[in-house]
Write a protein that binds this ligand. Structure first.
Ligand SMILES: [Zn+2]
Length: 323
């Protein structure tokens, strides 16, 4: 089987080396934004550990019983744990603790992948402390792969028990080449997907699969004029904090347009006509201030315990009122 992973080659190589030298650790922590490829690489790693007939290039064969059961999602030694509702719950960790002490059934190790591990740091949810217990005394022949979109909210005591691999967006050029190679698409389409996804592989793949031709929707807050909309818009941002990074790119595009910069420099080239109509509403200072406001709000949310929704409401009010 061809190594089907786009990007993250040095992480993949390190994991391959760990398997080759039989030095697979008891716990890993993969961190990076949604869609960056953490779960894809974790599954690849699990597959590599469990495969019975690794290829000469040291990849899973894709054909043995282990590979086939992994593909069908029912290998007895591999489990993926996801948040049950908003959080990974203590009961899910207790179940893991009960199972992990038994020897693997078919492969050399039992492997647990925990998605969105940041979603157990709620003070009313003791799951993180329970998980820490397991990480402190990991049963032999077991490996936990924790995935997180926000490493800062993972207990330091948990982090220190794991081998940490940060996942970064791919350089646009490199992703463009990889997409051309992988999907047999033309250069323009690949470049557009790479730019729009800002190097996040999963987003680029989604864009290609659903077609990039449609133009992007301009965030509502850019068009809205009623300050009272701040409360509703703040709720939307709260549901998807990543959209704050996105929002900055929109204000930056408006700034580019206003200064007559070439369209190629913009992020949202497909929405340029719509943005053009918004330019007269904004002064240069207001746009610079807006970018600053969003940055400051992101920092505030990251570094302090300020109530999320409150910080976002203040941000939206400032953005709508141009202050
Ligand atoms: Zn195999």
């Amino acid at each position: 089987m061809k190594n089907a992973i786009l990007g993250h080659q040095n992480i993949v190589t390190q994991l391959q080396n760990a398997v080759a030298s039989e030095r697979v650790a008891g716990a890993y922590l993969f961190s990076g934004v949604q869609g960056i490829g953490k779960e894809t690489v974790a599954l690849y790693f699990a597959n590599l550990i469990l495969c019975d007939h690794r290829t000469e290039e040291f990849s899973p064969c894709g054909e043995c019983r282990a590979c086939r059961t992994i593909k069908n999602g029912n290998h007895p030694d591999l489990r993926i744990i996801r948040p049950d509702g908003a959080q990974i719950k203590i009961d899910q960790i207790r179940e893991l603790q009960q199972q992990i002490v038994y020897r693997p059934l078919e492969g050399p190790r039992k492997i647990y992948i925990l998605a969105n591990t940041e979603r157990m740091n709620n003070p009313n949810n003791p799951a993180a402390n329970a998980l820490l217990k397991t990480l402190e005394e990991p049963p032999a022949a077991s490996t936990l792969i924790l995935l997180t979109e926000n490493i800062e909210s993972i207990l330091l005591t948990i982090q220190s028990r794991c081998q940490i691999f940060p996942f970064y967006p791919m350089p646009i050029e490199e992703l463009t080449v990889a997409l051309i190679d992988h999907f047999s698409i033309d250069k323009e389409a690949a470049a557009a997907a790479a730019i729009l996804s800002r190097g996040v592989v999963g987003k680029a793949i989604t864009l290609i699969e659903k077609g990039i031709t449609e133009s992007e929707e301009v965030p509502e807050i850019l068009e809205e004029t009623d300050p009272l909309a701040a409360f509703r818009l703040a709720e939307q941002f709260e549901k998807n904090l990543d959209s704050l990074d996105e929002l900055i790119t929109w204000y930056r595009d408006l700034l580019f347009l206003q200064q007559g910069a070439p369209v190629e420099l913009m992020t949202h080239t497909s929405a340029v006509d719509k943005l053009q109509t918004l330019v007269p509403r904004y002064s240069r200072i207001r746009l610079q201030q807006a970018i600053k406001t969003v940055f400051e709000t992101k920092e505030l949310l990251k570094r302090t315990n300020v109530t999320k929704i409150f910080a976002l409401e203040v941000m939206c009010l400032k953005l709508l009122q141009g202050k």
